[in-house]
Design a protein around this ligand. Structure first.
Ligand code: FMN
Length: 350
């Protein structure tokens, strides 16, 4: 039993967002005290075989924190001390947003999943941009750039640009979020022409490295269009995938009826299949996200073509040792299968 197993019942007795806020406050404190050193000693796995170079960024290990966990760039150093190789902050919008009314995050405990309809609450790009500029992060920091509320599809390119320009000098890579199911009009944003307009506007603004984050719910023709666009526009990478609006039959928790995006264990295979599809068709790195909770999960996405993986939901269920356990487990799996490094294993099953 680890320390998280002891505090988890107390955290889980609180509403999900309250628990998240508490964990955030603790992480904020931990990142700035001598405790940070002790945490890093405990959780950082330092091994060259884990290093990955992707879209010109050097990652010490392939396990990153997915967008949404640190929406406002407040706990990046603390997450690094927990052993994560990178953090994607955001989604960030041009101005501050309060998001949807609470409750808006739900645990599906029996399914090791979450449903959220946060609605892109964040402090706004000016504040997040300033925080990012002051950050001294050991690993690459991505910024997830999202569409502001009440902005139409036609006005989306200018809106994304406005956000990007405020965070431009604070991020190491930029992820265009066109796949948040809690953002109104998101289906339209994944239409080929709309997506192309947003991406070219950001390229024109100088956004690089530029990645696009896709939904796991895209029907194959739309996914094929998105993949073509990545090649045509020369994007630097793809993040696959965001949360899902689908509800697999297998879900047991009563909270499955809540509206929002599903994440965690039930989306694992779907996300991996999207990684495989995309990685088989593009030459740029793919970041695999969706249900990664163990070294085996991460390894499966890597073998399916992911150069890096990210996670959010498993952090809620498994707590601080997660990145360490995945990184250690990955080293064992690499050794078992005769790979010299993570990079060697990328796409082994393609
Ligand atoms: C509460 C919550 C908020 C999220 N917010 C964002 C966001 O702002 N932007 C984004 O691209 N993805 C967001 N996500 C999606 C995650 O980044 C990730 O793609 C998804 O949860 C699947 O990974 P997981 O199964 O490891 O959680 C959010 C997820 C959760 C659970």
């Amino acid at each position: 039993m680890n320390a998280y197993d002891i505090v988890k019942p107390a955290l889980f007795s609180l509403p999900a967002e309250t628990a998240h806020g508490l964990v955030h406050s603790l992480l904020g404190v931990a990142g700035e005290t001598p405790l940070a050193r002790a945490l890093a000693d405990r959780y950082v796995v330092d091994d060259d075989r884990l290093a990955v170079e992707a879209f010109d960024c050097p990652f010490d290990n392939p396990v990153g924190v997915a967008a949404g966990f640190d929406k406002n760039a407040e706990v990046v150093p603390a997450l690094a001390t927990l052993g994560f190789g990178s953090v994607e902050v955001g989604g960030v919008t041009a101005r501050p947003q309060t998001g949807n009314p609470r409750p808006r995050v739900f645990r599906l405990r029996e399914d090791r999943a979450l449903v959220n309809r946060m609605g892109l609450n964040n402090d706004g790009a000016a504040v997040v941009g300033e925080r990012l500029r002051r950050l001294d992060a050991p690993g690459p920091v991505g910024v997830n750039v999202a569409k502001s509320e009440h902005v139409s599809g036609a006005d989306a390119p200018a809106d994304y640009r406005e956000t990007y320009e405020q965070v431009a000098d604070g991020g190491d890579f930029f992820v265009v979020n066109v796949s948040c199911p809690n953002s109104q009009g998101f289906e339209e944003l994944q239409n080929r022409d709309r997506m192309a307009a947003v991406l070219t506007e950001l390229q024109d603004a100088g956004a690089a490295p530029l990645l696009v984050k896709l939904s796991p719910d895209l029907p194959e023709p739309a996914l094929a269009d998105a993949v073509d666009l990545v090649e045509e526009l020369g994007l630097d990478g793809v993040v696959a995938t965001n949360t899902s609006t689908e509800r697999p039959e297998s879900l047991k928790s009563p909270n499955r009826v809540e509206t929002g995006g599903l994440s965690g264990e039930p989306v694992t295979d779907r996300a991996t299949e999207t990684v495989r599809y995309v990685a088989g068709r593009v030459d740029v790195p793919v970041v695999g996200v969706g249900g990664v909770a163990t070294a085996e999960d991460a390894y499966e996405k890597i073998r399916a073509g992911a150069s890096l993986v990210q996670l959010y939901t498993a952090l809620v269920y498994r707590g601080p040792p997660l990145a360490r356990d995945i990184n250690r487990g990955l080293l064992d799996l690499l050794e078992r299968d005769g790979f010299d490094s993570v990079e060697d294993a990328v796409g082994a099953d393609l």
